[in-house]
Design a protein around this ligand. Structure first.
Ligand code: ADP
Length: 525
């Protein structure tokens, strides 16, 4: 067990319980100075051209690529996940985000010309995107590199400065992030990392950033949204999930089983997009469960290069998994593989090792089906009809991601269209989050807003809509004086908006209005 020094966060290896040191916290009374530095840096960063900002991003990418082993090692050591997962699920998505930004930033952040309605003939319209200011990113512990860095990079390229509060569970990865920015030479104050717990998070929200990007639990998301609402601060909330997997009887069964074990057990199931509920059509249910159990038993748990599954990251999460599994077993669920809670080896002093579990005889109203478990648990439930499968999948407080498994891709698309979910995959799992061309986010308690996709950088911008007139005419047709114009406008609207548009009438009326608009006003007569 690590000792907590005053004003530090302990760093622990959850796979061994080993104390890895401590990270100094930012005291709550240091927050005003932190924001002041951020605002000073913003004054220069906002006017730095996008092309120039991209040079820093390129250097960051190169720094990361040069340090892959070191970053993967540090992420793995602090989270208990295997290095392969640190590489593919933490580092790879960040590098993919950088490539996406490098391809799209100049176009996304440049002024966008729009069309101007015919009624406003002679004017031009466009939208400009300007950075908001200081963006506060509050991050969780399960993907401590990916989940903070992707929003940070989008915010930074849009010209904002960023204050990151990493999770207090994984502070050392926060230090890695800080070091990566330093090593790639970003200007002073553009990125600041403030370490601390929820009190610091609350102080950072209360201090009034210009935008809050939060990733974490639904409960904390609500608290942050309320605090943000008091100051009218815009937010994006990326919250939990309870993702369903629907397996029809024509599904590629072996692939579905492989997807279930990866989608459900990767990162020990501590994934907001993890497969947390598997619904299988009754005629293939037994076969699916047999294959699933056999494949789960084949997985290797450990920390070396041949391991598939590491340890859990956070003791508190083990308690939640224990509560869900114990309640399910007490209510009649059957543990097909894995150990019952009384046999778990999960003491923080010796490592948080949880063997993957498959549960059958599970009811839809059990906590393990309704609440986010965030652990290596696969509950499997049979269904009889497509309608029933859709209803079961939608019967959830969450709506982050879902998958549909069938050889009939048409049916896959049809079912996908009826799921209340921010992401749906057909014959695949999880991977929409790595496709930065797609917007990412959740429905219901899974969150508010979307990031990635075409608006991934613009969400961190204030939009200003601009219309430009050459200023040659005395007045517009709809300005004062109104005398004599009501009837003309009525004719204009009838000729323009009716389904049989009457162009001659429209034009002659418009010309009459223009003549009106150029007459001198009464006083000048
Ligand atoms: P988890 O316990 O699953 O990590 P949380 O949602 O509690 O999920 O935490 C996610 C992040 O939010 C962490 O960085 C945590 O310190 C921060 N946090 C927790 N409570 C608050 C709060 N009231 N205000 C701001 N940040 C908070």
């Amino acid at each position: 067990m690590s000792t907590v020094l005053p004003n530090t966060l302990p760093v622990t290896n959850p796979a061994t319980g080993e104390n890895l040191g401590a990270v100094p916290v930012c005291p709550a009374d240091g927050v005003p100075a932190l924001y002041a530095r951020s605002r000073t840096a913003f004054a220069a960063w906002r006017t730095t051209p996008v092309a120039e900002r991209l040079k820093y991003l390129k250097r960051l990418r190169e720094t990361m690529v040069a340090e892959l082993d070191d970053i993967a090692g540090q992420v793995a050591e602090e989270t208990g996940k295997v290095a392969m997962e640190a590489m593919t699920t933490d580092i790879l998505p960040v590098l993919e985000a950088i490539r996406h930004i490098e391809r799209h930033a100049e176009k996304s952040l440049g002024a966008q010309k729009t069309t101007t309605p015919l009624l406003f003939i002679g004017k031009t319209s466009y939208v400009v995107y300007k950075p908001r200011g200081v963006v506060l990113v509050i991050a969780p512990w399960n993907f401590p590199l990916q989940l903070p860095m992707v929003p940070m990079l989008n915010a930074l390229i849009a010209g904002n400065t960023v204050v990151l509060k990493p999770s207090e569970v994984t502070p050392r990865v926060g230090v890695v992030i800080e070091r990566l920015f330093k090593a790639s030479g970003w200007p002073e104050g553009v990125v600041q990392v403030a370490h601390g717990g929820k009190d610091l998070g609350a102080a950072l929200v209360d201090a009034g950033p210009d935008y809050i990007f939060f990733t974490g639990s639904a409960r904390t998301g609500q608290i942050i949204q309320q605090a943000a609402a008091r100051q009218l601060i815009p937010t994006t909330l990326e919250l939990g999930g309870k993702d369903p997997m629907i397996v029809f009887n024509d599904a590629p069964l072996d692939r579905a089983v492989q997807a279930a074990i990866w989608g459900g057990l990767m990162n020990s199931g501590q994934v907001c997009m993890a497969v947390e509920r598997i619904y299988v059509e009754r005629s293939v249910y037994d076969r699916f469960v047999d294959k699933l159990c056999a494949e789960v038993r084949n997985l290797r748990q450990g920390t070396d290069a041949s391991s598939d599954i590491g340890s859990m990251t956070f003791p508190h999460q083990v308690d939640i998994v224990r509560r869900h599994v114990s309640a399910a077993l007490a209510e009649g669920a059957v543990l097909q593989t894995g150990r019952p809670p009384e046999e778990w080896r999960t003491a923080p002093e010796s490592g948080l090792w949880l063997e993957p579990m498959v549960l059958t005889n599970v009811r839809q109203d059990m906590a393990v089906v309704q609440e986010e478990t965030f652990g290596p648990v696969l509950p499997v439930i049979p269904f009889d009809t497509e309608e029933e499968a859709i209803a079961l999948a939608n019967d959830s407080e969450y709506g982050l991601s879902a998958s549909v498994w069938t050889a009939a891709v048409g049916r896959g698309r049809r079912v996908a269209s009826q799921l209340v979910s921010g992401n749906v995959l057909v014959n695949d799992v999880v991977i929409t989050i790595v496709n930065h061309d797609l917007p990412f986010g959740g429905e219901k308690s899974s969150g508010l807003g979307r990031y990635h996709g075409p608006d991934g950088m613009r969400m961190f911008c204030r939009q200003t809509a601009v219309m430009v007139d050459k200023g040659k005419r005395l007045r517009e047709v709809n300005w004062f004086p109104y005398a004599g114009k009501y009837g003309l406008f009525k004719t204009l609207l009838e000729s323009y908006y009716s389904s049989n548009r009457n162009w001659p009438k429209f034009l002659s009326t418009y010309l009459k209005l223009l003549r009106h608009a150029s007459k001198p006003s009464r006083e000048e007569k």
